[in-house]
Design a protein around this ligand. Structure first.
Ligand code: DGY
Length: 420
């Protein structure tokens, strides 16, 4: 393992740069991913602002006409990943893309890059170009993913949460059949220990959903009707709300007064809807299953993300700091994706227990917004964790060992934000 330092982190970003876009890590993820690109841009922003803007511009080349920002943009072919474009069968476009999305961190990223820019004129020009694309993305979320006006947006595939195999999805995902018609040729388990990845049965359900959406012609209304998995993920809703707040701030300079007013109205409503998912018993916010409108009472680190927004009360921010303490692994390891005491916690299996640097960073930003001292603890801990475990994809909460793929772009990017 290379020694961790800001220079080494910058070298990871440069090494994973494929010319205008950055792969999360070689081989395991050989394309450009949606929310990864957001964090990558923040990392580049600490030392190469033009390259940070390019990362976002290249990602938005994949945006669909209706505003959808795809989860994967397949800029160059690769046999290292499944499922590739032939499985997705999305409408022909250049570059090809998948047909689902991921957490919309981008307006949050754009505002931060603008606010911290040393090259102010460049930043203004790039934001002016990105702003209408961000508006289209946010409008798409509300139009396509809350067609029944519940007040929360929904994911139609666990991959859209970015937290693919979270135990929070076990209940709703059990309703999705395992495909018996499509062949699954997993490549991920050839790159990483299968014990650290989702199980085969998860993949058979994941691909069933992809096939159902392809059969629905990737039309949002038909996908909504066809999907056996419809969940108001608290992580996505929190990130969208935060991004809406940032877009609202950007609208003052780059949008119209009408647009600003429209965003303000949406923000007020979303704050109430997110706040209503709070659980006193679990001490976190929760996702909601569209079927039966039932809250999902499986605690996960996504339940901390409303801290990024104006939704939580002071009491809830304090309660979340207490939850953080309760969930700590040996030696104070924070923030496991699922608390170690939970029966479905698995210390090494992807989103079922390991610690993720991007979630820690967003949570610490959230605690800071609410004046909670846990912010500093989380920042210091995460920095030490990366120094101990390397630029790994995720970390074992028992001993801080690096897990999954690596050297990983977003972990290096977060290190740069924490080291600054
Ligand atoms: C994967 O393939 O593991 C990704 O998380 C999907 O976005």
């Amino acid at each position: 393992m290379t020694a961790v330092s800001p220079d080494a982190a910058r070298a990871v970003l440069r090494a994973n740069d494929r010319g205008g876009y950055t792969v999360p890590t070689a081989r395991l993820y050989p394309f450009q991913w949606n929310w990864d690109a957001g964090f990558t841009a923040l990392g580049f922003g600490t030392f190469d602002e033009p390259r940070a803007w390019t990362e976002l511009d290249t990602l938005f080349k994949g945006q669909w006409e209706d505003g959808l920002l795809p989860q994967i943009v397949f800029h160059a072919p690769s046999e290292d990943y499944f499922p590739g474009p032939a499985v997705w069968r999305t409408p022909a476009r250049t570059p090809p893309t998948s047909g689902i999305t991921q957490p919309p961190v981008h307006a949050m990223v754009v505002r931060r890059l603008l606010d911290t820019a040393r090259a102010g004129r460049l930043a203004e020009a790039r934001v002016a170009q990105l702003y209408p694309k961000l508006v289209a993305l946010h409008d798409w979320w509300w139009r396509a993913r809350d067609p029944e006006k519940t007040g929360l947006v929904h994911i139609l595939h666990p991959w859209e949460s970015g937290m693919d195999n979270s135990p929070a999805w076990d209940g709703p995902l059990a309703r999705v059949p395992m495909t018996t018609t499509s062949t699954i040729r997993r490549r991920d388990t050839g790159h990483v220990d299968p014990a650290m990845r989702p199980r085969d049965e998860d993949y058979r359900r994941f691909i069933h959903l992809v096939d159902a959406f392809a059969d629905a012609g990737w039309d949002p209304a038909r996908m909504w009707a066809a999907s056996a998995f419809r969940v108001a993920d608290i992580g996505v809703n929190a990130i969208l709300l935060r991004a809406e707040e940032d877009l609202h701030a950007l609208a003052g300079r780059f949008g119209s007064p009408e647009e600003r007013a429209r965003l303000a109205e949406r923000i007020d409503a979303a704050r109430l809807a997110v706040a209503a998912t709070w659980s006193d018993e679990l001490g976190v916010f929760r996702s909601v299953d569209f079927e039966g409108r039932a809250t999902i009472d499986v605690p996960s680190s996504a339940g901390f993300l409303p801290l990024l927004t104006g939704a939580p009360s002071l009491g809830q921010a304090i309660a979340l700091a207490a939850t953080l303490d309760r969930w700590a692994g040996p030696g104070g390891a924070i923030l496991p994706s699922v608390p170690p005491s939970h029966p479905r916690h698995e210390a090494q299996r992807y989103w079922r227990g390991p610690i993720w640097a991007v979630v820690n960073w967003m949570t610490s930003e959230g605690f800071a917004r609410h004046g909670e001292p846990a912010a500093v603890r989380l920042r210091l801990y995460t920095r030490k964790l990366i120094e101990h475990g390397g630029f790994a994809e995720y970390f074992d909460p028992r001993d801080g060992a690096g897990l999954g793929g690596g050297p990983f772009t977003w972990t290096a990017a977060i290190y740069l934000l924490l080291a600054g």
